[in-house]
Design a protein around this ligand. Structure first.
Ligand code: 1CP
Length: 354
C-alpha cells in the first residue's frame, strides 16, 4: 500500500471519523466535539439567512437547511454537523396543525388528550418528506469525511408537546394522561415511535452517519414511570434503526437518575447533562456505553480561564469512558459568543490528541 497523502485521504470516510469511532468505543486521534444547537441564533450568519423566514418553513427548504447545517462546521471546525430541523417537523409532516412560535417554541392547535384526538396522527413515510432526503443528500455531499448526525424527538418529549399543546414546565396534562389512561398513552407513544423511527431512517438512508434521539424533558419522570410508561417506546425507536449500523446517541436533560435505563433502551452513547459529572455518570452506566457531554452551556459566559479549566476536567474524566464525545450538557444559549465555541473546539482537539 502506498503511503501518499492522497491515498490516506481517500480512505477517510464518515464511518472512520472520530465521532463515529468514539461512539463505538474505538481509539481516536483526538476527542470529537460538537455542540447541541450549534446551528442557530448564536451565529450572526444564521440570523442573516433566517431573516423573514419562519422557523418551520426554513426547515423545509433544502438550500437553507444545507447552508444552516454547514455554518457551524465552517466556523468552529466541529467534528460533526447536526441536521438543521426540529423534533416537530415530522409531526407537521403527518398533518398535525402546529407552529414554532418565536420566543416560545412548538405550539399545537388541538392538543391530544382523548382517543378521538389521536386521529391527528398517522405513520410517516419518505414520501411525506422528500425535502428531508434532498437536504441530507446535499449536506452529506458537502461534508466529505465529516459525519452528519440525524435526529428525532423521543416519544415522551414529543407527546409532551402534543398533550400540553406547547412547552411546559410541569408536564401536568402529560402525566395525567399517562397515569389516567395508560392504554391511550401507550397507543399515542407507539404511534410517535413509528414517526420518530421513520424520520431517523429517512435521514440515515440519505447519508447521515449517526443519530441522536432527544428525550429532552424525560428527566421530569421518576425511574418507575420511565420503566412503566416510556422505556419500551424509546427502545422501539432505537431498535428500529439498529439494522442501519450507525451509532445511536440517547440524550435528555436532568436525566441523572435515568442514565442506565436510557442506555439499556438501546443506545451506544448516553448523553449526560451538566448536573451529573461524567465520572458519576460512568459509574451509573457500569462501563457499558460511550458518553457525550457535558459542559454547562451557561459556563460559556464565564472568563476564558474558567472555561478552559472545566473543559480540561471534562476531557480528563472522559478518558475513563469506553468512548467520549465532547459536547455541552444542553444546547448553546442564543447569546453565547461564537468565538468562545471555536476556542473550545481548538482546545479539545489540542488537549485530547494522542
Ligand atoms: O427561530 C428560531 O431560531 C427558533 C429556535 C429553534 C431552533 C434553532 C427551534 C425552536 N428549533 C431549532 C432547531 C433545532 N431544534 C435543532 C437544530 C440543530 C442544532 O442543534 O444545531 C435541533 C436539534 C432541535 C431539536 C429540538 N427542538 C429539541 C431537542 C433538543 C433540545 O434542545 O432539547 C426540542 C426540545 C425542540 C423543541 C423546540 N423547538 C424550538 C424551541 C425553542 C424548542 C424548545 C421549546 C421548549 O422550551 O419547550
Amino acid at each position: 500500500m502506498g503511503g501518499s497523502p492522497s491515498c490516506e485521504d481517500a480512505r477517510v470516510t464518515p464511518a472512520d471519523s472520530a465521532l463515529v469511532r468514539a461512539a463505538r468505543g474505538l481509539p481516536v486521534a483526538h476527542a470529537p466535539v460538537w455542540f447541541m444547537r450549534q446551528a442557530g441564533r448564536s451565529l450572526p450568519e444564521y440570523r442573516a439567512v433566517r431573516e423573514g423566514v419562519a422557523m418551520l418553513e426554513s426547515c423545509r427548504r433544502p438550500e437553507l437547511v444545507t447552508e444552516i447545517t454547514l455554518q457551524p462546521v465552517r466556523r468552529h471546525d466541529v467534528d460533526a454537523a447536526i441536521f438543521f430541523s426540529d423534533i416537530v417537523v415530522p409531526l407537521q409532516a403527518v398533518g398535525v396543525d402546529l407552529d414554532i412560535v418565536p420566543g416560545v417554541g412548538p405550539v399545537v392547535a388541538r392538543p391530544i388528550r382523548s382517543r378521538a384526538d389521536l386521529a391527528q396522527l398517522r405513520d410517516l413515510t419518505a414520501e411525506d418528506v422528500p425535502d428531508i432526503t434532498e437536504s441530507v443528500r446535499a449536506i452529506v455531499a458537502e461534508l466529505g469525511a465529516r459525519p452528519l448526525i440525524g435526529f428525532a424527538g423521543a416519544p415522551f418529549t414529543l407527546a409532551s408537546y402534543l398533550v400540553e399543546g406547547g412547552p411546559s414546565k410541569n408536564h401536568e396534562h402529560t402525566k395525567a394522561l399517562m397515569h389516567g389512561d395508560p392504554e391511550l398513552w401507550s397507543d399515542l407513544c407507539a404511534q410517535l415511535a413509528q414517526i420518530s423511527g421513520a424520520f431517523l431512517r429517512i435521514q440515515v438512508e440519505a447519508g447521515a452517519s449517526a443519530i441522536q434521539l432527544f428525550d429532552s424533558w424525560v428527566g421530569a419522570l421518576p425511574r418507575r414511570d420511565y420503566t412503566r410508561f416510556v422505556m419500551e417506546h424509546s427502545a422501539a425507536v432505537l431498535s428500529g434503526v439498529a439494522d442501519l449500523d450507525v451509532p445511536r446517541i440517547h440524550f435528555g436533560v436532568g436525566t441523572g437518575e435515568l442514565l442506565d435505563l436510557m442506555g439499556a433502551a438501546g443506545a451506544d452513547v448516553v448523553g449526560v447533562d451538566y448536573r451529573v459529572s461524567l465520572t458519576d455518570a460512568l459509574a451509573r452506566l457500569g462501563g457499558s456505553y460511550a458518553v457525550q457531554g457535558n459542559l454547562d452551556p451557561a459556563l460559556l459566559f464565564a472568563p476564558w480561564p474558567v472555561i478552559e479549566a472545566r473543559v480540561r476536567e471534562i476531557v480528563e474524566e472522559g478518558r475513563a469512558a469506553p468512548g467520549h464525545i465532547v459536547n455541552l450538557g444542553h444546547g448553546v444559549l442564543p447569546a453565547t459568543d461564537p468565538d468562545v465555541l471555536t476556542r473550545v473546539v481548538a482546545l479539545v482537539h489540542e488537549i485530547s490528541a494522542r
